[in-house]
Design a protein around this ligand. Structure first.
Ligand code: ACO
Length: 311
């Protein structure tokens, strides 16, 4: 009976036994994973756009090669994650259509514009830094295919974070104009990076259940705090200022206290009203339309071959 199955399922989770695609799982567990993994996949794919914007304008060949590799990694992460969602029975095309119709969510961070080269540094340092903070615990996620995907993804994210910090370090040690450019990028990306971790725990509707199922291993607020604690000293090291007047180190707790996040802005961006939401979804939709002839030709060729083999 279902209660017994659920009990055995939770027991496996409690004993850190991975759940695999063919194992029994509650519908709600499956649905939560499909939701999270597909949102994650969309984030990787949409996440190629803000940085793709600068590939042709990278300041030198080395920077260009590195940025190109990073953006390609993100495409790989997206495809890997769509496959992980498929192991749960999700239909890849339907999932992608949900992104294109505006029904599916993806990370709020990718709805901000990339206005200068320094934004490539800020994104690598802060956005990929936040992504690693959130994804390292997902390597211990209870669902096997997702956890295993995260191991590889995190290795690549760590290269992304380093390349971003290296850009920021170079600019911060450059001319006054270059340093100002780095500071401006930090000013614009700091708060949106903190928003990546999602609403405060008290407002997060999925956290409690996802923690019980060990889909999430740490809460939104825990991860956000870790990110602030690690990142503030990095900014100090390169002589940049975090744009938060309330930021201070609490010597008793050993943590940084930080100002209030603008949650109104966050929900506006999540709902589709951020600065670039429309551009991002349009770009993805256009990419699918423009590539349609390739898929049609491939399908027609596959059909022709299949018929030939029958004869
Ligand atoms: N941007 C957009 N939507 C968000 C964000 C965000 N930064 N944070 C939370 N939300 C959405 C959730 O998806 C959820 O919406 P839904 O119920 O319609 O699906 C709602 O806000 C409530 O949030 P939570 O209850 O906290 O949702 P959840 O438990 O899923 O936690 C989190 C959100 C932390 C993002 C989680 O889904 C997660 O860890 N995902 C995997 C990592 C990921 O997707 N990273 C993407 C950015 S990193 C990168 O791509 C490089």
């Amino acid at each position: 009976n279902i209660e017994e199955l659920e009990r055995q399922f939770q027991e496996k989770i409690d004993n850190d036994i991975k759940i695999e695609p063919r194992d029994w799982m509650p519908d709600a567990y499956r649905d939560t994973l499909i939701r999270q993994i597909s949102q994650h996949a969309h984030s990787e794919i949409v996440g190629m756009l803000p940085e793709g914007n600068w590939i042709t304008r990278a300041p030198n060949l080395r920077r260009k090669a590195v940025l190109l590799a990073k953006v390609q990694d993100e495409a790989g992460h997206g495809l890997y994650l769509y496959s992980a969602a498929e192991t749960l029975g999700a239909d890849r095309e339907e999932t992608i259509d949900d992104l294109h119709s505006g029904k599916a969510k993806y990370s709020s961070i990718f709805n901000y514009p990339t206005l200068s080269w320094a934004d490539m540094g800020a994104i690598g340092w802060l956005v990929d830094g936040a992504a690693i903070m959130n994804q390292v615990p997902l390597c211990r996620c209870s669902y096997g295919p997702y956890a295993r995907a995260m191991v590889r993804v995190c290795k690549e994210e760590s290269f992304h974070q380093r390349q971003g910090f290296e850009i920021m370090t170079t600019l911060a040690n450059g001319t006054p104009e270059q340093k100002a450019m780095a500071q401006d990028a930090l000013n614009r990306f700091w708060w949106p990076a903190l928003m990546m971790f999602g609403p405060n725990d008290a407002e997060s509707k999925h956290t409690e259940q996802s923690m019980r199922w060990k889909i999430k291993r740490q809460t939104n607020d825990e991860l956000r705090q870790q990110f602030v604690d690690i990142t503030v000293p990095q900014a100090e090291m390169i002589g940049l200022t975090i744009p938060d007047a309330d930021l201070k180190f609490n010597t008793e707790t050993g943590h940084y206290e930080f100002g209030e996040i603008n949650w109104d802005e966050f929900w506006q961006v999540v709902k589709g009203n951020g600065p670039c939401n429309k551009d991002r979804v349009d770009a993805r939709r256009k990419a699918k339309e423009n590539g349609m002839w390739v898929r049609e030709a491939a399908a027609a060729y596959a059909e022709k071959r299949a018929n030939r083999n029958k004869e």
